[in-house]
Design a protein. Structure first.
Length: 279
């Protein structure tokens, strides 16, 4: 994650000027070791999960079926593979250019959106109970749709100040960013809320939760606060909420913390699946 603009900017419409946001120095100090530790945890946990799948595939039963768990592991592996480049970019500056920056954001969101769709499909149906032609067709379609939905993220990202790969290099009201924001809110905020309401309302889905289906969409709960943070940031950037020095700094901190919470999914998700399988 990265800020969308230089946080030391002075905004003329602030109540107090100049405004100096102290989040960027904190982020550049804390993010590299956090991402490095998360990447190491994700590699170990995902590796252990894949070994468990390969050695005893018959031990994995619905709702944690091998077809679903293997694809979730692929999603977390894709996500974790990006962390070393992002860590180096934050610590020493991004020197790879705009193309690799946009590709990084494309794969980042592709892995997230694919996992969201996988969890929803696994929670609401029994398609993944068997790896047959029907489930293979669904897998291809799901990953293709996730890639399509992630494309706006690549279009709006870019390199700022020559050495920062940022997730938004366009105006907050640009059509491409509004599309990306809408898709992110649907998959990271509205989808978890919908699944939660469905679980409470439908006894059959509650039974699946008890059986362990809820473990596989742990990452939705980890990413939901980030979705809420994106919505709040948009309201501030579009000046639909009163912009002040304090509000921008608080939202920067909240968005950074929520993104850090979401990043933990690539380590905690495989660990939770392993623990649920062992128990």
């Amino acid at each position: 994650g990265s800020n969308d603009s230089d946080s030391d900017d002075t905004f003329a419409y602030y109540d107090a000027a100049p405004c100096h946001n102290h989040f960027c120095p904190l982020f550049q100090r804390v993010a590299p070791p956090f991402l490095a530790a998360t990447c190491a945890t994700a590699v170990l946990a995902t590796g252990a999960l894949l070994v468990a799948l390969a050695r005893r595939p018959q031990a994995w039963r619905w709702p944690r079926s091998p077809a679903l768990v293997a694809q979730l592991a692929l999603g977390t592996a894709l996500f974790a593979a990006l962390l070393p480049a992002l860590t180096a970019g934050i610590a020493r500056g991004w020197h790879l250019g705009t193309g690799p920056c946009r590709l990084t954001h494309l794969v980042w969101h592709w892995s997230l959106f694919a996992q969201a769709l996988l969890v929803a499909s696994g929670f609401c149906g029994t398609t993944w109970a068997h790896w047959d032609p029907r489930s293979r067709r669904l897998a291809v379609a799901l990953w293709a749709v996730a890639l399509l939905l992630a494309t706006p993220a690549a279009l709006v990202s870019g390199v700022a100040a020559g050495t920062a790969c940022v997730r938004r290099s366009v105006d907050v009201l640009a059509p491409a960013y509004l599309l990306h924001l809408s898709l992110s809110l649907c998959l990271l905020l509205l989808l978890p809320a919908g699944l939660l309401l469905a679980t409470l309302a439908v006894p059959r889905l509650r039974a699946r939760w008890v059986a362990g289906a809820g473990v596989s969409w742990l990452f939705l709960g980890l990413w939901a606060p980030y979705g809420a943070g994106l919505a709040g940031e948009f309201l501030l950037q579009a000046q639909l909420l009163e912009p002040t020095c304090g509000s921008f700094e608080r939202f920067d901190l909240a968005l950074g913390l929520s993104e850090g919470l979401g990043v933990l999914h690539c380590g905690l998700g495989p660990l939770a699946l392993l623990l649920a399988w062992r128990c």
